[in-house]
Every structure is written in C-alpha cells, then in structure tokens.
Design a protein around this ligand. Structure first.
Ligand code: ADP
Ligand code: MG
Length: 202
C-alpha cells in the first residue's frame, strides 16, 4: 500500500455511505437488545468524519487516523463512540505513514487489543470485538480483501447465537440470544467498505 494507492477521502465516503444506507438496520438491531440508538450514533459519527474528509485526507496517514478517532469519540456517543475512536487512534499510533501489509496486520491487531482494553472486554461477549478479532486473524492469514470482508460478515452472523456478557445487551441475559449484535454488524459494514475500496491492495 503506497500513498498513491490509498485515497483516504474515497474510503471515508465509502464508509459514510454504507453507514447511512444501513442506519435503520443498525437501529433495528440495537432496538432488539439495546436502546435503539446505534444507527443514529454511527451515522452522526460518520457524517462528522465526512464533513472533515478534505482536511483529514490532507494529513499523513497516522495523523489522519488519529483525527478520525478523535472525531468519532466526539460525535458517535454511546458505548461504541469511545471504542471505535480508540480503534482509529490506536491504528494511527501504530501505523507508519506508508505501511506495508505486515505493518497493517500488526497495527490492526494492536488496535483491536486497544478496544478490548478500553471496553474491558474480550472475544465471545457478543460485541464488535467478535468481528474485529476474526478480521485481525484473516489479515494475519494473508486473506484477500474479498475474503476479509466475507470473514467479517460471517463473524457478525456468528454473534446471533451468542449471549451478551458486555455492553447494554448483557442486561438481557439469555434474552440477548437470537439477535445480531449491532456493533458487530456496523464493524462488518465498515470492514467491507474499506476492503472493497482498497480492493487488491487490502
Ligand atoms: P450504547 O450501548 O451505549 O447504546 P451503541 O448502541 O452506540 O452504544 O453501541 C453498542 C455496541 O457497542 C454494542 O452492540 C457492542 O458491539 C459495542 N459495545 C458495547 N460495550 C462494549 C464493550 N465493553 N466492549 C466492546 N464493545 C462494546
Ligand atoms: Mg445503543
């Protein structure tokens, strides 16, 4: 991945468009086992990033990712805002300006660990981590962009039979079983957007 092949502005547009198109679905998922604000939260956050896209894309990649993270913390709200914000800030901290695939894999894995630390959470608790960890594994395994996107979708589906033990859905206990986690779904949507936009470079 070189600077010339990474069009951050196009990536931001793709992510914001996807979240806008799926906001109602994310809200419905969060209505089932949460408080129904995840679609609104994510749309507000991604529209905030979109509004700053030109300034963000003009920065070196690490600074751009930190700016995205800061914006998400300020705009998303809920439990997910600080967690997605942490993810992008950690990614910005770990990545060099022109990362290769090995550096991307390592930085992604560290960013997922940073989310887990921030959320005091781990895999298997029916959260966004249940998508982010499998994506880190797919990256480490050298999967193609298409395979990474498919792995993210499968991982979000796999949250359906899980019982939530972290986040708002955990208040429902066994009644959280049978619904997809909203943050897992939004994570998979973002992963697919980025993977498709990066195509063969991802
Ligand atoms: P809130 O739960 O405050 O209403 P959102 O609806 O925006 O916030 O986000 C909920 C999502 O955040 C959940 O679906 C889950 O994926 C994720 N989440 C919540 N708490 C945690 C946590 N401690 N660790 C990881 N992810 C979490
Ligand atoms: Mg919510």
């Amino acid at each position: 991945m070189t600077e010339t092949s990474l069009d951050l502005s196009a990536l931001i547009t793709a992510c914001a468009d996807t979240i806008a198109a799926h906001a109602d679905e994310l809200t419905a998922l969060d209505q089932a086992i949460g408080d129904g604000d995840h679609g609104l939260n994510m749309r507000r956050g991604l529209e905030g990033v979109r509004a700053d896209a030109a300034a963000i894309a003009a920065k070196p990649l690490p600074d751009a990712l930190k700016a995205i993270g800061t914006k998400l913390v300020m705009t998303v709200g809920g439990a997910s805002g600080p967690l997605f914000g942490t993810f992008f800030m950690a990614l910005g901290k770990e990545l060099p300006a022109e990362p290769g695939r090995a550096e991307l894999n390592a930085a992604f894995a560290k960013a997922v660990d940073a989310v887990a630390a921030r959320g005091k959470s781990q895999a298997g608790q029916k959260t966004m981590l249940d998508v982010l960890y499998p994506v880190a594994q797919a990256l480490a395994a050298g999967s193609t962009a298409a395979d990474i996107a498919a792995a993210a979708d499968r991982a979000a589906e796999a949250t359906v039979p899980m019982k939530a033990t972290r986040g708002r859905a955990s208040f429902l206990g066994d009644r959280s079983i049978g619904h997809m986690d909203a943050g897992a779904r939004s994570s998979a949507l973002l992963v697919r957007s980025v993977a498709e936009a990066l195509g063969g470079n991802a």
